[in-house]
Ligand binder design. Sequence first.
Ligand SMILES: [Zn+2]
Length: 425
Amino acid sequence: MKILIQNGDLVLPDGIKKGKLLIEDGKIAALGDSGFETGDAEVVDATGLLVSPGLIDLHSHLREPGFEYKETIATGTRAAAKGGFTSVCCMANTKPVNDTAAVTELIRLKAEREGVVRVYPIGAATKGLKGEELAEMGELKESGAVAVSDDGKSIADANRMRLALTYASHFGLPVVNHPEDLNLTNNGAMNEGYWSTVLGLSGITRAAEETIIARDCHLAALVNARLHVAHVSTAGGADIVRYYKAKGANITAETAPHYLYATDEWVDGYDTSTRVSPPLRTKDDAASLIAALKDGTIDCIATDHAPHHIDDKNLEYALASTGISGFETALGVCWTALVVPGHMKPEELLSCMTSAPAKLFSLPGGTLAVGEPADVALIDPSAEWVVDSSSFLSKGKNTPFNGKKLTGRVARTFVGGVCVYDGSV
Ligand SMILES: [Zn+2]
């Protein structure tokens, strides 16, 4: 079983080079110009396409078990494949919460049977996401969890967070925080600033995010533990991460595509698909996040794919659930925000979505190296398309990008040499 991808531009660590890629028995067998046996391989013409390592997402919500009306592992992984993702990590705020080996194993088993991309569960840091008793992290790791997180909620008690960081470090597990001080959020609906005043919605100060980023970075440095800061959305948040990284703390960080492109101005019209946690910020924040990605302060881009049922969004703005269905627009949004205006080269953006996240959680993939599993995304860098959420494979149609024109689209996705998305839907 051989597949030859030819006439494409290979995305390699040292840049983009024309060449062929041969897949054999699910692995990358050869790449380059010549010197390999293609034999009776099935030929895929990649003229005009980038041949990239499959995208890797460190932060998503697949909603199963418990919230199958929002998303399932079957629908979520198909949406991921359509977005070019070949590996996704899923957060623990399911029902039951993923705070035991049994739930971690259930997710892995379901993913194997019903999913089309690789799924890596993230276990809860505290039992029931209650921020009190620590979860059995050793057991979670043994059953396949790649990190621990109470994402969706911040661990409010600073000493509990310190203990979680210390305990996780015994197992070599990164702790992913959800930086939000709920007292400061104070039931706010959107970013606090000009637009919250104009629209008459209660604001969320950026301090709600930044104080917890500072607290958690400080604690991680104190106990020498591995912290991954989730969905940085403010200029100040990036500055804090930069400061602690310079001091040598073992900290990494992500931002999400929507913070690089959408702003709080988009809330004008009260479209609840713009309601997300942390909230959409300003143009200046987006510019600072782009600078932080370029200087390595922010290590990677993760979708925070958070699909919701229409009933959770068809409410008055402040009551609507927070979250954006992100898999199917991530590449296009990032391409439009970063590559089209010239902030990043294609290979720089793709490294933030492939090799960088793989390294952060020690996941396989993120490379086209010979011998590695053939997790590959073919990307059309010049495709212009209009987002139509009704065509999403995700059950969650909640996106502020519906109707927007984006540049850059995934044409095909392979996982272990098997085509899991062929561009037809
Ligand atoms: Zn979160």
